[in-house]
Design a protein around this ligand. Sequence first.
Ligand SMILES: Cc1cc2nc3c(=O)[nH]c(=O)nc-3n(C[C@H](O)[C@H](O)[C@H](O)COP(=O)(O)OP(=O)(O)OC[C@H]3O[C@@H](n4cnc5c(N)ncnc54)[C@H](O)[C@@H]3O)c2cc1C
Length: 197
Amino acid sequence: MYYGAATTEAPAFTDRTVLVVGGGNSAGQAAMYLARYAKDVQIVVRRESLRGTMSQYLIEQIEKTPNIRLRPLTDLARVEGSDHVERVVLTLTDGATHVEEVDAVFVFIGARPRSDWLPAGVLRDAKGFVVTGRDLPPDARYARIWKERREPLALETSAPGVFAAGDIRAGAMNRVASAAGEGSMVVRFVHEYLALT
Ligand SMILES: Cc1cc2nc3c(=O)[nH]c(=O)nc-3n(C[C@H](O)[C@H](O)[C@H](O)COP(=O)(O)OP(=O)(O)OC[C@H]3O[C@@H](n4cnc5c(N)ncnc54)[C@H](O)[C@@H]3O)c2cc1C
């Protein structure tokens, strides 16, 4: 099972069967790359096609690649195997179930923020990502919420003393290294905040 990492892992699946989960551009690019090595690349998506979630140029490339197969209206229900992936259970929207022998699963889903539980005082953008630091003052809601006489510190949310780091943050780089880096930066900003209070 892999989350991303198709570029580095693809050669390990030469002449094997791999499953790509997701219909976005990252899934499409991974499928194209994996198809250079694997004998069979299957893309599993819940929708009926890739239109609407993937760029047209990638869809065309995929259509022209004989060893990539799209499996629309399909959900990955289960991954089975002992010490490595051996098979997957796929559920179709009509309720049918397929068991497929595969050698690896590459997951390219899961980028939606889970921020609904946050109080209204922590501003989020239209997609639910938490707004921080310099991005707060231009936000029309900021003036109503922010009561401090100072501007928010970097990575500070609209709730003074509450910080956000990593993918949840609006404008995040969406990389492991930047998420970890922001986490360590926040430690310093918390000290700064405590010194202010
Ligand atoms: C398919 C995919 C492939 C990727 N490939 C790469 C790659 O190759 N290289 C790379 O650098 N980056 C890659 N990324 C991006 C990378 O995974 C993220 O940038 C990174 O994981 C962000 O770290 P994070 O700590 O901000 O968030 P996450 O790693 O998402 O961690 C957030 C954690 O918080 C938990 N959580 C959520 N809500 C709550 C709650 N209310 N209470 C307690 N816990 C909660 C979640 O369960 C999760 O464990 C990929 C992302 C995806 C989705």
